[in-house]
Design a protein around this ligand. Structure first.
Ligand SMILES: Nc1ncnc2c1ncn2[C@@H]1O[C@H](COP(=O)(O)OP(=O)(O)OP(=O)(O)O)[C@@H](O)[C@H]1O
Ligand SMILES: Nc1ncnc2c1ncn2[C@@H]1O[C@H](COP(=O)(O)OP(=O)(O)OP(=O)(O)O)[C@@H](O)[C@H]1O
Ligand SMILES: [Mg+2]
Ligand SMILES: [Mg+2]
Lengths: 260, 260
C-alpha cells in the first residue's frame, strides 16, 4: 500500500508546491514509485512538472466528481518513476458541485482506494499538493492522507498560522480520519543572512521538537527558477544548495518511514 | 465618499497583507484618513498592526453577518489616521453560514455603505486585505471595491495566476460590480541580484503596460521583520529601502487618484 502525504498550510507562498515537486522527484530518484496529485486550482505543481495547461484534457476535478479514474488520467513527467494527476481551474467549482453530497469530504479517499486496487499497489508514495486554504479541497486531502507534511516559511506570519493548522488537523482526526498523523514540519526559505529566519526556526523547534525535520531548505534562487523550465530543481541544477537540501530531506523522510 | 481598494491575488504569499498595511500607513502619513478591513481569517493584517488575537472581541465576521456595525468595532492602531476592523478565525465559517442567503456576495458592500453614512464620510480610503483564494470573502471585497490593487511577486508561479485573476475580475464586473477597475499591479519582492525578478517584471510590463505601477517594492528583510513588532515597516525602520518604496507607492497612488 502506498504511503499518502498531504502538503498543507493555509498560509500562502510557504513552499507547499515546491516541496511536493522536489521531494517527489528526490524520492523517485531513490527508486520509489511516486504519484503527485495536484489539488490546487492554480495548477502550479502541474506546471512545475512540465504539464502545459492546454494538455490537461482531464484533471483532479474529474477524479473528485468520480467521472474518471486516476489510472486513466495520470500523466508521466520528465522524471522517471514520477507521475502526476494535473489540476485545472475547474476545481474552483467543486465546492458548489458537491455542496449537497454527504460524501463530499471523502471523494479523494475513495478515488485513491480504487486506484490502489486498479494499479495493484504499484506506487510507493502518493503526494497531494494543497491550495492555501482550509476548504473542501484541503479537507479531502487530509481525509485521504496517512500523514501531513507542513512546509513552514521562516517568517513571522507563517508562525501565526501554525496553531490554526494544528487545530484543523485535530478536527479532521476527530471527524474524518482518526489515523492522520503529522509526519513533520519543514523549515523553508531559510536565509542565514537574516536573524528572523534563525529566530523563527528556534521558536518552531522549541514548540514542536522532533516534529521538525532536521533538514532545512535554504532560500536559493535556483529553486524558484526551475519551474519556468518545467523541471524540479534537482533536474535543473543538481549541485545547487536547494537540490542538495531536498535530497537530504528525501533521505530523512525515507529513513523515518522505514523505521515506522 | 471614501475610495475603496481591494488587495487580492489568489496566489499565496505575494505581499497582499504587507502592501495593505504599508500603503495604508504611508497614505495615513500623508494626512488621509484610512480604514483597513482584514478579510483574511489568518488575521495577518490585524497582527501586523498590533491588534492581539485576544483583544479582537468583535471582527469582520460580525460585520458580514450584520451583527455589528463598522463604526462600533473599528480599532485605532499605532498609526495616526489609520484604523482597522480586525479578523478572527470565525471568518472560516462564513461561507456555510451565508450559503442560502441571496445577498451573500454583497454583505461587505452593504456594511460599508452604512458605515459611510454613520461616519459622515470621515474616511478618505478604505483598504481591504483578502485571503489567498477566490472564495466568498474575496468576492465580497471585489463587490464592495471601487478598484483592485494586485500585488505580484516577481516569481514564475505568480505570473501563472495573473490571467485567472483578470478573468475573475471580468466575471465580477459582469455580475456584481460593473464599475470595478484595476487600479494597478504592484511588483513586489523584487531582487535585483537575480535574473528571474527582472524577467518577470519585463513580462508583466509587456503584458499590462501602464497598469503596472512604476514603483517596485524590493525584497528587504526589514519589511518581514516589522510585523513581529506589530508595526508597519515605515514605523519600524523609516530609512530602509522597503519604507522608501512604500512611500513612493503612496505618492504614485495618491497622484493617480487626484487626477482621475
Ligand atoms: N527554497 C526556496 N528558495 C527560493 N525560492 C523558493 C524556495 N521555495 C519556494 N520558492 C519560491 O517561492 C514561491 C512560493 O513557493 P510555492 O509556490 O511553492 O509556495 P506554496 O505554498 O505552494 O504557495 P501557494 O500558497 O500559492 O500554493 C515560489 O515562487 C517558489 O518558486
Ligand atoms: N518586500 C518584501 N521584502 C521581504 N519580505 C517581504 C516583502 N513583502 C512581504 N514580505 C514577507 O513575505 C511574506 C509574504 O507576504 P504577505 O504575508 O504580505 O503576503 P500575502 O499575499 O498577504 O500572503 P497570503 O497569501 O498568505 O495572505 C511575509 O512573511 C512578509 O513579511
Ligand atoms: Mg502551491
Ligand atoms: Mg495575507
Amino acid at each position: 500500500k502506498a504511503k499518502i502525504f498531504a502538503f498543507a498550510n493555509q498560509k500562502g507562498g510557504v513552499g507547499k508546491t515546491t516541496t511536493a515537486i522536489n521531494l517527489g522527484c528526490a524520492i523517485a530518484g531513490a527508486g520509489e514509485k511516486v504519484l503527485i496529485i495536484d489539488l490546487d486550482p492554480q495548477g502550479n505543481a502541474s506546471t512545475g512538472l512540465g504539464i502545459n495547461k492546454d494538455d490537461r484534457k482531464f484533471s483532479t476535478y474529474d477524479i473528485l466528481t468520480r467521472e474518471q479514474t486516476i489510472v486513466d488520467i495520470k500523466y508521466k513527467t520528465l522524471v522517471q518513476n514520477l507521475d502526476i494527476v494535473p489540476s485545472t481551474l475547474d476545481l474552483l467549482g467543486l465546492e458548489a458541485v458537491l455542496a449537497e453530497d454527504n460524501e463530499k469530504s471523502y471523494k479523494l479517499k475513495l478515488a485513491v482506494e480504487e486506484f490502489e486496487v486498479q494499479s495493484k499497489n504499484e506506487y510507493d508514495y502518493i503526494l497531494i499538493d494543497c491550495p492555501p486554504s482550509l476548504n473542501l479541497l484541503t479537507i479531502n486531502a487530509l481525509a485521504a492522507a496517512d500523514a501531513l507534511i507542513v512546509p513552514l516559511q521562516c517568517e513571522f506570519y507563517a508562525l501565526e498560522g501554525l496553531g490554526q493548522l494544528l487545530e484543523t488537523v485535530e478536527h479532521v482526526r476527530a471527524t474524518l480520519n482518526k489515523d492522520l498523523l503529522i509526519h513533520g514540519v519543514l523549515l523553508t526559505m531559510f536565509d542565514e543572512r537574516n536573524n528572523l529566519s534563525g529566530q523563527v526556526a528556534k521558536d518552531v523547534r522549541d514548540f514542536l521538537g522532533d516534529k521538525v525535520y532536521k533538514t532545512v531548505i535554504p532560500r536559493n534562487v535556483r529553486v524558484s527558477e526551475a519551474p519556468s523550465y518545467g523541471k524540479p530543481v534537482i533536474l535543473y541544477d543538481y549541485k545547487c544548495q536547494g537540490s542538495q537540501a531536498y535530497m537530504n530531506l528525501a533521505a530523512e523522510v525515507l529513513k523515518k518511514d522505514k523505521i515506522a
